[in-house]
Ligand binder design. Structure first.
Ligand SMILES: [Zn+2]
Length: 147
């Protein structure tokens, strides 16, 4: 092998080696980018899920409030009629009020969940909003539940 030829082959090996290193580097960078993208997508999905469950909760809270209003109006109309000499339908009022009690309980549960999603915990005893890292209510001292 002439010196010139040997030099060429050494040069080629170096070039080849650097290319390989370059390719490996590019591959690593691509893997890193893919990992970042995957992480970003997962975080975005989590965020979207959180937002959609918050939107759904808020819609349900609005629906519950609307239903409570309608039921209270129905009860009020019966009371009004009774005071105006109409039939006193106390059984029906009782049924409506029990239903409304259930709606209020559901509403409170939804509001607690909504506050928790926003990073707050609603005290089950006094209704105060506490930061999510509190173990006890800052207002009344009762333990805060995380469910
Ligand atoms: Zn409290």
């Amino acid at each position: 092998m002439t010196i010139e030829r040997r030099m060429k082959s050494v040069k080629f090996e170096i070039t080849n080696g650097s290319l390989e290193k370059l390719a490996r580097g590019a591959g690593d960078a691509a893997l890193d980018a893919a990992a970042v993208l995957r992480e970003g997508a997962a975080a975005a999905a989590r965020h979207a899920e959180e937002i959609s469950s918050r939107v759904r909760l808020e819609q349900e809270i609005r629906d519950l409030r609307q239903e409570i209003r309608l039921q209270m109006q129905a009860a009020g109309e019966i009371v009004y009629a009774a005071h105006r000499g109409g039939p006193s339908d106390s059984d029906r009022i009782q049924t409506i009020l029990e239903y409304v009690d259930g709606l209020y309980e559901e509403l409170e549960a939804h509001q607690r969940e909504s506050e928790t999603l926003r990073g707050h915990l609603i005290c089950p005893a006094c209704g105060a909003a506490n930061h999510s890292d509190c173990l006890y209510c800052q207002n009344c001292g009762k333990p805060l539940s995380r469910q």
